[in-house]
Design a binder for this molecule. Structure first.
Ligand code: 13P
Ligand code: SF4
Length: 370
């Protein structure tokens, strides 16, 4: 059904917000120095080559032998420090292949990472993704140390709305339940009834058994959900700065060039893009689609590191990569992950009162039966 309305900060006379995690902490504090481990050697030696050869096998289709000697010493050092620190690395599907395939313990989409975060035994979680993902891990693990290698890794969706906006929406639409995409701050999660990801958005909306639902902050995901359900959707004006750039014309051009090409798209894309796609799904659903269908040529309409990660695993599938990079995801690099483990930075904190309320919304989603 068509969407019932789209609201934004300007409708409430509020300024457009900056990302709450936008403060930078580039200098090493005295506390970080005090708990630091010694800096490992980062030279490319025969020993490093031997120790990382099995990892290079995983990425040799997407990382050239010229690049590897610059990455391998970091990879070896990170994998050793993870053990020393009793740390686990969670990486989103948009992380680059040397991170996703060579240092991550667990990789996946936002839903998989949130579920995995509830099972972590280690004392330290290093989140290779963006700030809202690290906050979600902290919300689910209040007693663990959650680190993000660069806290400036934000998200245009998370920065489009605050908890105060949600309270104003509730005043405008009393009694209407509110679903928040996990791409939101802890503040927002604390104000809503339940969270969702792009993997389960329709299921979450329908689980509320309400005729109308407020769905925020992604207007395009909201439109996609509205197209799949009879529930009336009230949306927010947020958008993903990576996916909103794709156009239907671009997809038609791929198809004109090769009518046999398969096109798969993330539901954060605008409706004219999704109308041209052969399949729409979360990052994990897109990966599984390629694994199962094994197309000859596929265009992945999403952040382009994901195509590299799939290419590393499936070398015989030809990937057409419309290269839209998420600048936030790309802030996470091997040197910053190493720094994170050496200095235990940058630690993600969430006010315990907010975390408790936000946890209810995230756990309600995780506990939904499939
Ligand atoms: P997924 O939950 O599909 O991994 O999406 C997260 C995201 O940020 C997409 O831009
Ligand atoms: Fe946010 Fe879009 Fe980047 Fe995903 S790709 S983290 S939604 S800005």
């Amino acid at each position: 059904m068509p969407i019932a309305g789209i609201y934004g900060p300007d409708d409430f006379g509020n300024p457009v917000h900056g990302h709450p995690a936008a403060q930078t902490r580039n200098r090493v504090s005295a506390v970080e120095r005090a708990r630091a481990l010694p800096m490992p050697s980062l030279e490319w030696t025969p020993e490093v080559e031997r120790a990382t050869a099995h990892l290079y096998e995983r990425v040799k289709n997407v990382i050239s032998p010229v690049e590897w000697p610059f990455m391998a010493p970091y990879i070896k050092a990170i994998n050793e420090l993870k053990k020393t620190r009793d740390a686990v690395i969670l990486a989103h599907n948009y992380q680059t292949p040397e991170i996703f395939h060579c240092v991550a313990d667990i990789g996946g989409d936002s839903l998989q990472l949130a579920i995995e975060a509830t099972k972590v035994k280690s004392d330290i979680i290093v989140q290779c993704g963006v700030h809202f993902m690290a906050e979600t891990s902290k919300i689910l693990n209040p007693h663990k140390t959650v680190l993000i290698p660069d806290s400036r890794a934000g998200c245009s969706l998370a920065s489009s709305i605050t908890g105060a906006d949600v309270r104003l929406l509730r005043e405008r639409f009393p009694g209407v339940p509110v679903v928040a995409y996990v791409n939101t701050s802890a503040d927002v999660k604390a104000e809503v009834d339940i969270c969702c990801t792009s993997s389960n958005a329709v299921q979450v909306v329908e689980s509320l058994n309400a005729p109308t639902v407020i769905f925020l902050p992604d207007q395009y995901l909201a439109k996609y959900v509205a197209s799949q359900t009879d529930v009336k959707i009230i949306a927010w004006k947020g958008a993903c700065e990576v996916h909103e750039r794709f156009t239907g014309d671009e997809l038609r051009a791929y198809r004109d060039a090769d009518p046999s090409v398969q096109i798969i798209a993330h539901p954060e894309c605008p409706p004219d893009v999704l109308a041209e796609a052969d399949f729409t799904g979360s990052t994990a659903h897109m990966i599984n689609w390629v694994r199962n269908k094994h197309p000859k040529r596929v265009v992945m309409i999403t952040e382009c590191s994901m195509a590299d990660n799939v290419q590393a695993e499936l070398p015989d599938v030809e990937m057409v990569r419309p290269c839209n990079l998420c600048p936030h995801m790309k802030r996470i690099t091997l040197p910053k992950i190493l720094d994170s483990l050496i200095y235990l930075r940058e630690e993600v904190t969430v006010d315990p009162m907010i975390a408790e309320k936000a946890r209810r919304s995230v756990e309600r989603m995780i506990n939904l039966k499939n």
